[in-house]
Design a protein around this ligand. Structure first.
Ligand code: NAP
Length: 272
């Protein structure tokens, strides 16, 4: 009998990841006898763990903080998205080779659900999530993409690299869509107004669509989402983006259509 196929999420820390809940629910729903586990791995052990995973029955792994850059270096093949973003969130083990991809980008575009081609977009943040978001929106043909970051030089460098604009202040560029790709709002104990002030959103009207990549383990609403919703925007939360990127990884590994409703319900602690 062949061993039960495995997948997992490589991170440090990884204790709070929702990915096992999302993927294991999906395996059950489509009748796959697979198992998805947390793989807490410190940076100095990443290479040896990735090398050992295929022989231990692993078909793939998601990659989260702090391994997204290093994972790219360990791959034999790199997708265009992962290569151009400079980070991988998905590794696929196939025929003795490691394939790196970045499903955060496609996951974001799918979560928005509306074509972005006519939209002017502001991305807040120039870290890993900001890079993936700005690249994804540019690739999806957004009419304008402007990146703002607290440390302005990082946004300027990212804008130059991707051929998009740098917004020295969040509202310098008019926007139809705003994506919060900073970590502001992650801490449930933080005062909501302080979080909004850090992003210069306090007392501003939100654009038509607001996406917050940040999500909280307790399922609570983040300050940016509350701001968007309160101002009448259509809001897309970080759990929806997480589910969409997870669905892409699931399809890469299993070749089956991801049961999105089941994955979404699992992520939100509901029954599908
Ligand atoms: P990262 O590389 O560490 O970048 C953090 C970003 O947040 C930087 O742009 C940083 O600005 C900014 N920032 C931090 N504190 C700030 C403050 N007080 N005021 C203004 N800006 C501040 O992290 P990341 O990987 O990009 O992730 C960012 C967030 O996205 C995290 O909360 C992560 O959980 C979330 N995320 C969600 C998904 C999803 O699927 N939903 C996927 C990926 C990431 P500086 O450059 O000035 O430090």
């Amino acid at each position: 009998m062949s061993p039960r196929p495995l997948a997992g999420v490589l991170g440090h820390p990884v204790a709070h990841s929702l990915s096992p809940t999302i993927h294991n629910a999906a395996y059950r729903a489509v009748g796959l006898d697979w198992r998805y586990v947390k793989l807490p791995v410190p940076p100095e052990r990443l290479a040896e763990v990735v090398a050992a995973l295929p022989a231990s029955g692993y078909r793939g792994a998601n990659v989260t903080i702090p391994h997204k850059l290093a994972a790219l270096e360990l791959a034999n093949e790199v997708s265009a998205a992962a290569g151009e973003i400079g980070a991988a969130n998905t590794l696929t083990f196939r025929d003795g080779r490691v394939e790196a991809d970045n499903t955060d980008a496609a996951g974001l575009i799918e979560a928005i659900e509306t074509p972005v081609s006519a939209m002017r977009v502001v991305v807040l943040g120039a870290g890993g999530a900001g890079r993936a978001a700005a690249w994804a929106l540019r690739e999806a043909g957004a009419a304008e993409v402007a990146v703002w970051n607290r440390t302005g030089e990082r946004a300027a460098a990212l804008a130059r690299e991707l051929g998009v604009s740098h917004a020295p202040r969040p509202f310098d560029a008019p926007a139809d869509l705003l994506v919060n790709a900073t970590s502001v709002g992650l801490d449930a104990g933080e005062c909501a107004n302080d979080a909004l002030r850090a992003l210069s959103l306090l007392d501003r009207e939100p654009p038509e669509i607001v996406v917050d990549l940040v999500y909280r383990a307790d399922g609570g609403e983040t300050p940016v989402l509350a701001w968007g919703r309160g101002g009448g925007a259509r809001v897309v939360d970080g759990i929806e983006v997480l589910v969409r990127q997870g669905a892409r990884s699931f399809e890469l590994w299993t070749g089956k259509t991801a049961p999105l409703d089941v994955m979404r319900a699992a992520a939100r602690g509901e029954s599908a």
